[in-house]
Write a new protein. Structure first.
Length: 493
């Protein structure tokens, strides 16, 4: 591990000194970066538009929570699916197809005559925007294979920063659009962004190369014959050889049934629980039988360190999204701020998240940043527990900062953990599951907000969110401190 860390450090140093290789220049990266911001910015931009949408369509917080959960449900299934499709069919083709779906979704939301149309738009946005990041990673691998050059670390860093930064500024951008153009502008913004990325992709992105696909086929064949160890862990190129359609369907059905139960916790639909159990059992049975499963349960069982990283990441983002969506609604409905002013109030949260995403990527350890992130989440939860509609502006800004700082630390810390804990030939698949755990946290957060707020955000509802967030933050501290893998691994990622 020491030799590997030293080599990685040398590689990073060389990458930071060297200019971007010609194959990874602006023509390649510009459309990829524009496409990669669409999912994270849509995931948070809606936060400061939920109250206005609810007023226009006469629905409460428990209903508008579906606008949050529907995108994350679609993304949780679509992200790993699009990654496999990019490997099988070609990254450019999948990237362009995703942008066409985003165009349709943006128009649907901007012109929606009813609330149900907005839900449909968010589902389409989840599917369409999920194509960009995995297709970008697949394309970088293809360019690296064709040019014989490794993708510079600065290039990978740009993709990571695009996701973190756009997620952080999403609420501010959404507040500005809601105040100036109305909430429909939040959906309409996708049209020019996707159109620009589409034009640049068609002009500048290299076409999917048949020879590259033949090479991948050869690599997959080699992976299938590489030995029982890779098969036992379900890793390697063999895992990409085919698309597990039934596994994807069962996974999506299990998540949908679970979400339907969670989204109405004040009136629980108890008959759904046996349905969830049956679907989950069928999913597990099928995945254990598949040589190339959609979700590799055997690998997760063998790799407990990676499984704990997914758990920590999902719990951390459950807290982060509870506050990101719950806090903004409370500022508008309980405190009386406009969408625009709410966006300005949480601007320090966005700036803190962006700064920490950069600083977190430069840290050498994993355990210390994750522990600090959990402690900051606990401190922020304590502030919300005593906040009410008379809390002064300075305290509101400080609370936002306390929740912004952990966003960057959590994302980069767990990303580094996945990099060192995942099997060397399955880092991409492992990163996709990390993103899925984040979406599951977001879905759960949306259901809790609907339960605690009901038809309107109140001080009491915010305090309930703070109690849950504080308890989960303390649990995160324990999970981080007790994880021996984080204590024993000296990682420089």
């Amino acid at each position: 591990m020491g030799a590997r860390s030293g080599a990685a450090a040398d590689t990073r140093a060389a990458d930071t000194r060297a200019p971007v290789a010609s194959g990874f220049g602006p023509r390649l990266m510009t459309p990829l970066l524009i496409g990669s911001v669409l999912n994270p910015v849509n995931s948070t931009m809606i936060a400061t538009g939920l109250v206005a949408i609810g007023h226009d369509f006469g629905v409460g917080a428990s209903s508008t929570a579906w606008l949050v959960a529907s995108l994350y449900l679609a993304s949780a299934v679509a992200q790993p699916t699009m990654g496999k499709l990019a490997d099988l069919l070609g990254p450019r083709r999948i990237f362009v197809s995703g942008l066409l779906v985003v165009l349709a979704a943006g128009l649907t939301g901007a012109l929606a005559p009813g609330f149900g149309w907005l839900i449909a738009s968010r589902v389409l946005l989840g599917v369409g925007t999920s194509a960009a990041y995995p297709a970008a990673m697949s394309m970088l691998r293809a360019v690296s294979r064709r040019t014989g050059q490794e993708a510079p670390r600065t290039v990978l860093g740009l993709l990571s920063l695009a996701g973190l930064g756009s997620m952080a500024v999403g609420p501010v951008l959404g507040g500005l659009l809601a105040a100036t153009t109305g909430w429909r502008g939040i959906f309409a913004l996708n049209v020019p962004l996707a159109a620009l990325a589409l034009v640049l992709a068609l002009l500048w992105l290299p076409k999917d190369d048949k020879d590259g696909k033949d090479n991948r086929d050869n690599e997959e064949a080699a992976g299938r014959n590489s030995g029982n160890d890779a098969a036992a862990h379900g890793t390697g190129a063999a895992s990409k050889a085919s698309l597990d359609g039934l596994g994807i369907a069962l996974f999506g059905a299990t998540l949908t049934a679970t979400m339907l139960f969670l989204m109405d916790l004040d009136h629980p639909r108890w008959p759904l629980l046996p349905v969830v159990a049956v679907l989950a059992a069928a999913l597990a049975w099928w995945q254990l039988r598949r040589p190339s499963p959609f979700i590799d349960l055997r690998m997760l069982a063998h790799n407990r360190a990676l499984s704990f990283t997914y758990l920590r990441h999902g719990l951390a983002y459950l807290v982060i999204y509870c506050v990101m969506y719950g806090y903004t609604q409370w500022l508008e409905e309980a405190h009386g701020y406009s969408s625009f002013h709410t966006g300005l109030i949480i601007l320090p949260m966005s700036l803190a998240a962006s700064v920490c995403s950069v600083l977190g990527a430069r840290t050498k350890g994993i355990r210390a940043p994750l522990t600090l992130a959990s402690a900051l989440l606990a401190a922020g939860s304590a502030m919300l527990l005593v906040a009410d509609h008379t809390t002064p502006l300075a305290a509101l800004l400080l609370a936002g900062v306390l929740f912004g700082l952990p966003q960057g630390l959590t994302s980069t810390g767990n990303q580094a953990a996945v990099f060192v804990q995942a099997p060397a030939d399955a880092v991409g698949a492992a990163a996709g599951l990390q993103r899925t755990s984040q979406y599951l946290g977001a879905i759960t957060a949306a259901s809790l907000i609907g339960l605690f707020y009901g038809q309107r955000a109140t001080d009491a509802g915010l305090h309930d969110i703070a109690v849950v967030s504080g308890g989960l933050s303390l649990l995160l501290i324990v999970l981080t401190a007790a994880d021996r893998a984080l204590r024993t691994r000296k990682n420089s990622s």
